[in-house]
Design a protein around this ligand. Structure first.
Ligand SMILES: Nc1ncnc2c1ncn2[C@@H]1O[C@H](COP(=O)(O)OP(=O)(O)O)[C@@H](O)[C@H]1O
Ligand SMILES: [Mg+2]
Length: 240
């Protein structure tokens, strides 16, 4: 098949296994420039495996293209250099380092001057003012919600073109989860492409333009979110 230059991300027949466990069966999906795409699915569906395969944190078969370029053989850090940045499940922060140091690490590969990095930092502080108030605190001393803000802030420091997030609301109080997911909505309105794995279906569906439903390692459905009228529309795919 010819390279797809209309999409930001094109994933074709991506499959991955852990030993004998086929965690992800050949899966295809795509995301347009500036599109907000959500992946829903029950625990164990293969959502994290899919994101880890896309970002090359685990070996897989299949093909990944970014802006029409075949990046299947790229390493995770090379993908980051192109602007594909992931906020991992469990956040992946450096817990003994300060908020400031965690943010600086996010920007370390950013080309450009210190002034560019400072501008990026200001942008993060505008989105999450609480990070600015807690700059010298260690990451581990912050609340779960603040840590997730820091994880998203650190990803933004790398100036992503496609931000991938694995259940950023996991374990957070509803109000904080809403705050973080709404911020993703604002970033998307500014043109950032987002691929979000989420369990908080109602809000994720409100923000996204399109949703994929993953179950038992396969995509069961792909729907524009405006076609989803009720939970029943989703439930029928969940345990298919
Ligand atoms: N490191 C691993 N080793 C073995 N099996 C794994 C590993 N990670 C995930 N799995 C299995 O792969 C399947 C998909 O897991 P995962 O991608 O984490 O699902 P989800 O993120 O949708 O909850 C599950 O059956 C899970 O038990
Ligand atoms: Mg997961």
């Amino acid at each position: 098949m010819a390279a797809d230059t209309t999409n930001l991300l094109t994933v074709r027949d991506l499959a991955a296994h852990y030993g004998h466990i086929e965690a992800l069966r050949p899966t295809s999906l795509n995301g347009g420039p500036g599109e907000f795409v959500t992946i829903l699915g029950p625990n164990g569906a293969g959502k994290t495996t899919l994101l880890r395969a896309i970002t090359r944190l685990i070996p897989s078969s299949g093909k990944v293209e970014f802006k029409g370029q075949d990046v299947t053989k790229f390493k995770t850090n090379e993908l980051a250099g192109l602007g594909i940045i992931m906020v991992m499940e469990g956040r992946g922060l450096f817990s003994d380092m300060s908020v400031k140091e965690n943010l600086q690490i996010g920007a370390y590969k950013l080309p450009g001057s210190q002034a560019d990095k400072d501008r990026q930092l200001d942008k993060v502080f505008t989105l999450f003012p609480r990070l600015k108030e807690r700059l010298t605190q260690t990451a581990s001393s912050m609340s779960g919600g603040e840590q997730q803000m820091l994880a998203v802030g650190r990803a933004l420091m790398a100036d992503p073109k496609l931000l991938i997030l694995d259940e950023p609301s996991l374990g957070l109080a509803p109000r904080v989860a809403t705050e973080i997911l709404s911020t993703l909505g604002s970033l998307n309105k500014e043109g950032l492409g987002i691929l979000l794995v989420e369990q908080k279906a109602p809000l994720a569906l409100k923000l996204a333009q399109r949703v994929y439903i993953l179950s038992s390692g396969s995509v069961r459905a792909e729907l524009p979110t405006h076609e989803i009228k009720s939970h029943h529309d989703l439930a029928k795919y969940y345990f298919a």
